[in-house]
Design a protein around this ligand. Sequence first.
Ligand code: ATP
Ligand code: MG
Length: 373
Amino acid sequence: MFLESIDIKHFRNLTDIHLEFSPGFNVFYGANAQGKSNLLEAIYTLAFLKGFRGDRLPDLIEFDASGAQLSTLLNREGAKTRLSLALESHTRHAYIDGSPCTRARDYMGILRAILFIPMDVSIQQAAPQLRRTWLDKMVFNLKPAYLLDLEQYQKLVKQKSAALRCEHPDTALLDVYDAQIFPVASRLIEARYQYLQLLAPHITRVFSKIFDESFDCFPVYKSATRTENIVFGKDMPTPLQAVLEGYRNHQSGARHKELARQQIASGPHRDDWGFELNGRHARYYASQGQQRAMSLAIKIAEIECLKQEAGIEPVFLLDDVSSELDPVRHKRLFEYLNAISAQTFLTTTSRHHVPIENVAHIFRVENGRITSE
Ligand code: ATP
Ligand code: MG
């Protein structure tokens, strides 16, 4: 899929923009604070109904404006769809081909976008909550129905946590919550497990091709109920059935502990994931450059995985990646991105950071104005 064009009104510092894109590489260059990331965020908002720098709607609207409007013409294998959004300070209205769309789940998943921002390079060191969100987003991108289970699970976790914090917890009510939580939690674990299994060969290949041939890089899932990590792509991973049984057994014997600590003992909201690099936990072993490379490799692997497993080619939003890689890896990254042919939107402070032969369309960004060159 690719975006043919975009129209932006009063979105952050982008007051009035109309742009036509190339299906290949689109590069946006300009000095700091001109509107480059804002442009990527406009595309991201059209995909996910929220920005990528905080969740507050009013922040997305230009100062002193009453609302922002975004609209894009999406081309999916020749079939065109217009996605539009009107953002007001506390509400947003979404439209598909001009018709209002009231349920977020009917809207999200039409435009598939994969974002890489400088903050992502430190995902290995980030709080587990952020890493889980990363993983959940990847699973969602391949399987949008995952969002329903995730929302349901989060709701149940909230309710059960509140019940555990009561002065006199109602054990019958806790039993009801457990009975409701278990099947949803199992589906989430299963979806994450299957996703990492599908992703593993792509990560291994991308990492070695672009970044480091001499290192083996494998994704791992860390269940709060198991001491050892589940490693994907190397030997046979721990069977899913054993992971689910481990979770069920752990959870069914945890009531006493849960009441004492007033919190849920285990489940997808406590699990974590990461990488193994040459047999060691990457968070403690990999160099900074390798950790950056891994973060980027996983995004590219995600694109390949979506293409292979679902026949979907997402758009790739790369914010200021030039500052993160050395020249050799940078060059290989561009060759690789060019070969996978996903529509790419890339921002940079200098056009010299980008090997020009691969660029289909270049735009200059200056003080909220974007001009095609
Ligand atoms: P850098 O190279 O430093 O990342 P950038 O070109 O990506 O710069 P953006 O993050 O797009 O810069 O921000 C451009 C400008 O938009 C900033 O000066 C910022 O203060 C401004 N801005 C952010 N939110 C709003 C808003 N709601 N209304 C108006 N301007 C805003
Ligand atoms: Mg920026």
